[in-house]
Every structure is written in C-alpha cells, then in structure tokens.
Write a protein that binds this ligand. Sequence first.
Ligand code: ZN
Length: 414
Amino acid sequence: MIRYCSLVLLSLLFFIFFSTEISAIQNTEVNVITKQVKLIINKELGQCITLNVNDLVIVHSQENNRLKVTYKTHTGYISNQSVKKIIPTISLISRKEDLVVRTGNSPIATPAGKINPNLIVNVYGTAAGGWSFINYGDIYGYVPTSSLKAPQAKKMMVSHRDGVIVRGTASHSDKKIGTISNKTKVTVYTQKKDWSYIEGDNIKGYVVSERLKALVVTGNKIYNKGISGVPKKRVALTFDDGPHKSVTPQVLKLLKKYDAKATFFITGNRVQANKDILKAIYNDGHEIGNHTWDHAKLTSLSSKSVKTQITKTNNIIYATIGEYPTVFRPAYGSINKTVQAQLNMPIILWTIDTLDWKHRNAKKTLQYVKSQATDGSIILLHDIHQTTADSLESILQYLTKEGYELVTVTEILL
Ligand code: ZN
C-alpha cells in the first residue's frame, strides 16, 4: 500500500517516471529488512511505503548512507542501517513446464520472467501465502515454494584440457563467473543434457555438461588399501551396516560440521524403514555402497543367492535415491573368486579396523584411528552403535588437526 510521507498529490507523471526507472536498473544483491523502515519512492511527491522486518529487497546501489532498492514493484531509497545481506541457498525447479516468476507474492502479480524446469535457482527467503523469493540470472521475484525442491548432490570431475567456464545461467551468452581447471572434482546439483549446475573451487554456476565426467571406479577389483594422495593427505571414513534411525543422523551432523565426506555401506533390508535417512546421506554428498541385503556371509551362499543379495540391495538403493551404489563391501570382508565374479563394482575392504562393533568404547575407537591413520587409509566404522557416533567428533578433530582431508572411497582410489 502506497502512502504519502507529506501532503502531495499523486500525479500521473509519477507513474511514467516510476515504470521507466525500474527497467533501467541493474540488479545486484538481495537483502533482508532488519528493522522497519520507510522506502522513499519519490521525495518531491512525498511518496513512500513502509517495509517491515523480514521483507526482501533487491539492492541496486549505495549513495552516501542510503541504498537504492526495489521491493516488489516499488523502487526507491532506504537507510543503509536497516538491511542485511542474505547468502542464498539453492533449489531445483521441480515442474514439468516453465515456471513464472512474479514481482509479488500473489498469483496475479506481474510476471518478472520465466525459468525452465530442472534449473537451479538462488532462494533468499519466503513470503506470506507459500511463496519464495528467488533469483535466476537477471530475474528476481516470487515463485510458489511448492515448485522448488532440494537438489541432490553428486560428485563429478572436470574433464577437458581447457577446463570449463562457469556462467550465471544455463546460457553461452550469460556472464562468465570463472573457470574451473581440468581434473577438478566438483559437486553437481542438476545435470541436464546441455548444462549442469556445479560447485567447485569456491565457484558456483552453470557449465556445459559435456565437460564433466562421472567420478567412479569401475571393474570388480578388490581394494584392501587406499591410494596415497598428493599433495594433501587423505583418509576415507566408511560406515557399515546402517542406515540406523538414531545413530546415522548424528554421524551426518558431525560430518557436515567438519566438512567431511564419507562412504556408507548400506544393508539392503534396513532401507525400507529408514528411507529418509538414506536420502539424507546421499543428499549430503556422501558415497553410497552396497553391503549385502541382510549381512549374509556371501562365501557360504550359492551363486544364485549371492546375486540376489547384491541385486536386491542395488535395487532398493536405486528406488530410494535414484542412483545405484558405486562400491561394494562384503559383510565380514568375506570374499572369494566366485563371489567376485558376481560383482561389477569395486570391492572395498579396509586398512584400519577400529573394532568399534566389538569393544563399543568411544575412547578405544579413537585410539585405533590415532595409532594407525596414514595417507590413503580406509577406516572401518559402524553407524549402528551409539558409541561409534560418540567417538566421531574426536576422530574428526584429530584427523583434521593432523591435516587429513576426509574423502569418499572412490575419491581415494582415483
Ligand atoms: Zn557389516
């Protein structure tokens, strides 16, 4: 609602001035209002509106101690003491058709632009009525929150001699944000035929999909040791036998806190009851492995039963996260030529057995890691014991302090 700051009549001239001004503005960043403030639209005409705490504005420029901002369709000036910059999160457009972005949080507000399905947008906050304020390229505005969903993350690698150019939108004509060099590992949040949205090397944005390759190790070779990384020391934490309702979420929280990636060897028959937990593991960017259906000792089973153990687990993982597991670990590490012949994934054993399942003692688990950790270690843990979750923070603190990067097993094998 437009109000008058002083007694001046609304004039037609004002509207002409106002509408031409908006289209000439270059968008810069989105801020949130931190204390109620007047948005002065036209000083001479004395026209202003009140902005409330949590309203979102686009900041165009700063002049002395005031900012030029746009709130919905209104552009004007506010004091620079009343806003705070927002770091956006990202979301995926989850729609079959193009999504209309509007200048206000209402289905009848003027369209500000359209965005294609399956693209990633920046999300700055929400507005009344189930709306979110988003940005894609030069388009800023409101979309129904129900049209957005959290994207899934997967690791890939830049695979081109010249690296890859990162752009603000999925378009060759959009501004260049930077370049990521060949062989850099990146996190991919959406992958369309032509363009992928990625994060890597402290840059985020769109790159052409053909310059990315999957980060996988293939074949069915047995790995009982990691491969040393240069120049940084790396270890792979691995968690077996989950997902577990209460322990796995604690493990995920700590891994996130220490910016660590790990590998979870999933037991197929635990997935149905813990689907959300498996999704959370995957969405946090960890690697998913197959650990048989019901923890059977495969070397005592017929070939047919071995196949069932592997396939059933692969299928329930695929049905839950939309990706097959990339690595396999036999229960009890029990493997022979017959079992190996049934597998088309790398078979990952370990180099450090913390025996966490046996002693159930957080201090001892840390001690096993401390006494044996070295570059390329694959550390065996179980995310079904509370004592393992209890030991994890001290393990992460120790490894981080010692300069280790915590990576997935596939990363350690590449
Ligand atoms: Zn196990």
